[in-house]
Every structure is written in C-alpha cells, then in structure tokens.
Design a protein around this ligand. Sequence first.
Ligand SMILES: [Zn+2]
Length: 485
Amino acid sequence: MKVYISATLRNFFGKHHVIETSAGDIRSALKLLTDEYPDARTVLFDKDENLRSFVRIYVGSEDRTSTDMWYKKLSEEDDILILPAIAGGASSDSIINDARMKAQTLDDNEIKRFEKHLLLKEISVKGQKRIKAARVIVCGAGALGSPVIQYLASAGVGAIKVVDENEVALEDLQNQVIHSSRDVKRPKVASAKDTVRNINKNIEFEAENTRLDAQNIEQIFDGYDLVIDCTDNYKMRYLINDACALLDIPLVFAAIYQYEGRVGIFNHNGGPCLRCLYPEPPESGLVPTCAEGGTISPLPGIIGSIQANEALKLIIGIGDHLDGKLLTVDSLYLQSRILNIKKNSQCPLCGLSKTILSVEDFDYDDFCGLKESEDEVPVEGITPEELTKRMDGGDPMTIIDVREPHERAIMRFPNAIVIPIGQLARRMKELDPEVDTIFICRSGKRSILAINTLREAGYEGKMYNLKGGFDAMKDLILSHEGAWL
Ligand SMILES: [Zn+2]
C-alpha cells in the first residue's frame, strides 16, 4: 500500500512524497510511518495522541480522517493520502455550485494525476471536483486557444467544447502550439481533439467545426458554465460577449497584437461587458488583426495561460479575478498593468435600459462595418490571376501598396508605389487618373478602405482592389521563380 504525503509535510517524512508500507489499515500505517519518522509524529498528533485538526487523511477520494475509520481493512491497491485540512476550501464564489461538486468523485488515478492541485489548500479535493464538474467553451482553436485548451485539459476540466471553422495552415504553427506539422490542412478542432485525447482521454471533448453566428450561438453555448474568447475578430468578439450576457455566462476575454496582450473577465458578478469598455469596434480595416499585424511566438502562450488561470480560479472560486478589470501585458518592454473597467449604465446590452435583447435581432456585420451601405458604390476587384496576366502583358497601370513597413519587408511588389492609408488623400497627385490603379494590402480589406478614402477625397480615376490581397497572391508570386521577391 502506498501513502502519499503532501508537500507541506514532506520535510517531516524524509522528503518523501510517497512511502510504501505493508500496513493493512490506516491506524497501523500511521503507526509504522511515525515510528520510522518520529518528527512526523509530533506534527501529525498532539500530546494526547489525537490527529491534529489541520491534517486530513484520504483513502482514494474518501475522507477517512475520523479515527473510527482507521481500523477498516484496506487492500494492497488502496492509497492513503495525508494532506493539510481543507482550510475553507473552495469559496462560495465558485461558478460551480456545491451540489455539482459533491456529485463528482475522484478515482485513484485522478488523485495521482491531480496531486499537485490536491496539495494546494485553496484547491484540494473540493476544488478538483469543481474543475471536473465544469463545462467550458473555448471559441477559437488558434493562438490563444492552444494554451487555453491544453491547460484546461491538463487541469482536469470535465467537459470542453471547442468551436472553430478553420483548418490548420503552415503559418499557424509559429504560435498555435496545439497543432503540429502533420495537422496542416486538417480542421483545427480535429487536431485539438487529438491533442486533448493524448493529455487525458477521460475528458468529454466536443469539436464544433463550425462558425459561430447569431443563429447557432445560443444553442452551442447552452448548458455551459464559462466561455473563453480566443477569437481574432471584432464581429465574433461582440457576438460572443452579447450571447454570454444574454445567457448569463461569464466570459474570459483576451486579445493579442504583436507584442501586447490583454485579458479581462466580462459579465461576471454584475460586472461590465465588452460593450461597456468599447461601445463600438474600430472601423473595418483600420486596425490590422493579429494575423495581419503579426505576433511574437510565445505571446499567446503568456496571455492564453493567464486566461486559463483566470478560468480555473472562477471554477474553483479562489483568488482575485479580473472581472471589471483589464490586464495589459507588454512583452517587449516587460510591463504590465491592471486597468479598472467601469460598468456603463448606458450600455445597450447590460445597462439600465437594454436595447439588445437577442443576438438574432442585432446586425453584427453592419455594427462592425463589414457591410457595404446601399448608397456606397461597390469596389471593383481584380483577381491575382488577372493582375499577373496584365503585368506580364505590360499593361499600363499604377500599383499602390498600402501595407505597413514591417509587412512590406517580407514580400514586396516591384514598381508598386508605397502609400500608407493615412497619406493617400494628400498624395493623390502621384496617381494618374488616365490609367488603372490597383490597390494591394495583406488580405484585401484595408485596400477597400484605401479606395473609399480616395473616392471621398474626389479622385476620379479607375481603381481596383486586389482580391484576397498578398495572401491570395503568394502562390502565384512564388511560382514566378522568385522574380517578385
Ligand atoms: Zn455592458
């Protein structure tokens, strides 16, 4: 039979964390151990030979601290665990109620697997049971989702549902550590599922290979305790925020850009929501997304780990949370700060007079500027193939590259005039209205903004947007024997 000793008591047991004994019950096991380690006797027992109140004895998941259980015969397979008393244990702040916690049991394998949690007095058996009872949704199996999903699985969260409609791309492997080279072109949720199975096959894992929208989000979130936002675009973030507020599910939010990350908890304990912090997203295309702006590889690991840590604290009910706060981390200059977010009484979602009562009635495309308004003239596009053909044919045209300097360093266009969006109106005279002008950015979104900016400034020449931007052009450029690199 094995006896497990918690970290705080190990110094009294010759630094052992597990001791093999031939004893057949708790009483004789404790006698044998304390005979061998006399120091341990004075720690575990008072002068009247009573077990001290801060020590608890478990056999498997059962509390056998009471001495009348000590004579019960144990088998060779039973494990005894000696650990400090559950000083208060999980607080009432946990998002998992006591009934659900009590319905869980931990088997011997789990006691071993989660030993490091059981040894923390704030977590202990009750906390681990809450973790096991918890049902968590992770939106996005990309950069932030990678650490979040893996840590939640490792920590023993009982049910994890991951929603993501994308496939793994080669460039994802730089920071999406849940996927590996052989997963390229596979659905991200399938790859994530394999990784989670390898960590712990007892976790209930649901892979939703779908895109969240106003029609499916409530049904996907239904029955879950916590949502973790690991997405990368504003439309999704507001949709998730709104669904969480309407369904009354707390939300652990995080975002990353280049070297900087942010984490916060929305919609918890009457706290603010994303709309309280940012009533509106930035104009479409104005701020590059993380995919366009780049990120240093470990940043999502840092930020996602904090997200997972906040999620576990909410589940267990311990510590200070980031609700009503926003943690910002600058990994380049190693600075972090915690900002307080005020709940906005005018918030249309969680304020005093709510106007958003259903996600299905809200136009997220319009709100995020993703829809062309009716009086707006649509922007004409040109495909990479058409552009290549025109370039090879020597057609007269002007190519304008509106990307940021660091993006151009990777791949540049020959003969392209470089004009950041902010300077376009001022430098309009560099364009020849007699020839076609092609606008290029990374993904084909900021170039639309560029064309609309020039239209507003009164430019009347013919303008085309390179469809899909550089991303769509990459293969063609590379097949041109590096001529354009
Ligand atoms: Zn709000």
